[in-house]
Design a binder for this molecule. Sequence first.
Ligand code: CTP
Ligand code: MG
Length: 202
Amino acid sequence: MDAFVVVQALWVFLPAYVANMTPVITAKLFPKWSAPMDGGRVHRDGRRLMGPGKTWRGLVTGAVAAALTAWIQSQTRPASWDVTTFGAQSGAWAPVALGTALGLGTGAGDAIKSYFKRRKDRPRGAPWIPFDQLDFVIGGLTFAAAAASILYWSNATPTHWFTDTLLGDQWPVIAILVLVTPILHLAVNVIGYSLRLKDVPW
Ligand code: CTP
Ligand code: MG
């Protein structure tokens, strides 16, 4: 395994990384669109289901940003490098579909994490290692696997994008994502904190 494999893994997962950062930025840009995904509902333990930090704005803008990212990547991929096509050989809609799935999965993983984080009585913004770092990796991979399976089984794409690019025998991409993402996550949050985009450096 060489360093290039790590670069490939990060490139394939770039839509999810973008989707995970977008809500922080759109929260600053559109503070009034703050409708929470839990609708303000309170669990029987007295705490919010997910809390005011998980908004529809974050979910939707994250998914749109991921779709755009995957589409741009599919247009700019190096010719010798077919792992980044996101199924683009079937049409431009395929990267958009897979990017949307990566983005929605990212937001869903993050929101489900927050549900359990509230049950553990950890307030919004408190650290919860390693779940804060890996929630979106698990969510993004799960939704992307489901979307790629639907596209493949319905004959919309000739190959199965997920098994082709993320379970290939020559590079254990998922292991790389799980190991490298927490380090990247911390680095990005420290930058976001110093830019005053985030309230806490984690
Ligand atoms: N955000 C949002 N909608 C989402 C996810 C995130 O608006 N679906 C915004 C919120 O302003 C949130 C910020 O991005 O505070 C940072 O997101 P994150 O770190 O995931 O949430 P926390 O506020 O830390 O909440 P939690 O403790 O539940 O992780
Ligand atoms: Mg957080």
